[in-house]
Design a protein around this ligand. Structure first.
Ligand SMILES: Cc1cc2nc3c(=O)[nH]c(=O)nc-3n(C[C@H](O)[C@H](O)[C@H](O)COP(=O)(O)OP(=O)(O)OC[C@H]3O[C@@H](n4cnc5c(N)ncnc54)[C@H](O)[C@@H]3O)c2cc1C
Ligand code: FES
Length: 268
């Protein structure tokens, strides 16, 4: 069950001008978090920004021995810029954990899964990689970005999954294969790779292409979706998306982690 609590800023680690990790004290949200959950964070004290912002809980970890939640953030506007500037110790109102997490309870030791990330879509996959590694489940990572600076937390993924299981694609070829992450994944499937389930997070064009690939290869998927969210718990209807059955569904309540077959990709 989600709680609304005040969590202190423990540390902010900047990767470059656009990307940072925000570590907040874990409160009672930490122990309740499963991979794929998200939280709504108030990014300031005044009216700008007025609404809380949604962020995947990227990891449940420790900072100098203190239990912490990690959020990996890309600066795109006023809220994500403000969150980067809070001093250590600042209390921030946080509501979480929210949403439907990635399905992992049914995985068996013999299962082999894939993680597909595009850009800042790496965020919900960090805790997933940590959890799969702890359970001894083999996972291949396919991670794409515009250039090598978009590829974050590489060392962590390689530690959790093994560096031989981590593959990268960049638009400019500065890291890994030149091209799209979906090309990298297609190449793996063409080489005979088969997966019990494919977990993914990234931009809509990546989701669309991956949904088609999974349907063609008859592979199961779980996509951590994004939509503009005002409440995060099914009340405002700001986050609705067209579903395959013709209705509109709330991404915050029915997701964010959904099978790709649930979404009508022609209207999303
Ligand atoms: C479930 C969920 C998990 C998310 N996890 C992360 C995460 O781990 N890391 C991260 O950096 N971001 C994440 N996001 C996106 C994040 O919520 C937005 O980037 C953020 O709300 C933008 O706030 P802002 O005030 O900086 O931008 P604004 O000033 O509000 O907007 C700037 C621009 O970003 C667009 N935008 C705003 N919100 C979204 C959104 N939700 N999706 C797409 N475009 C948006 C606006 O249309 C506008 O063009 C997540 C979103 C959802 C719904
Ligand atoms: S964000 Fe309000 S209903 Fe989903």
């Amino acid at each position: 069950m989600a709680v609304n609590e005040s969590l202190r800023v423990l540390r902010t680690t900047h990767y470059d001008q656009q990307h940072y990790s925000l570590f907040l004290s874990a409160g009672s949200i930490g122990p309740a978090t499963e991979p794929g959950h998200f939280a709504m964070i108030q990014a300031g004290e005044g009216l700008r920004p007025y609404l809380r912002r949604a962020f995947s809980i990227a990891d449940v970890t420790k900072v100098a021995g203190v239990p912490a939640l990690e959020f990996v953030v890309k600066v795109v506007g006023v809220g994500t810029a403000a969150l980067a500037r809070f001093a250590e110790g600042t209390p921030l109102p946080v509501l979480g954990p929210l949403g439907v997490p990635f399905p992992i309870d049914d995985l068996q030791l013999a299962d082999h899964v894939a993680l597909v990330a595009g850009g800042i879509g790496l965020a919900p996959l960090v805790l997933l990689a940590r959890t799969l590694a702890a359970r001894g489940i083999a996972a291949d990572l396919f991670y794409g970005g515009r250039n090598e600076h978009d590829i974050l937390k590489r060392a962590e993924f390689e530690r959790f999954l093994g560096s031989h299981r981590c593959r990268y694609a960049t638009d400019d070829g500065s890291l890994g294969r030149r091209g799209l992450v979906t090309d990298l994944f297609t190449h793996a499937l063409a080489g005979g790779a088969r997966y019990r389930r494919v977990y993914a997070c990234g931009p809509v064009p990546m989701f669309r292409a991956l949904a088609r690939l999974l349907a063609d290869a008859e592979l199961e998927g779980s996509f951590a979706m994004e939509s503009e969210m005002a409440c995060g718990f099914g009340v405002c209807l700001g986050c609705v998306a067209p579903m395959a059955d013709g209705r509109f569904g709330t991404i915050c309540k029915e997701g964010p982690c959904v099978p790709p077959t649930l979404i009508d990709w022609t209207r999303f």
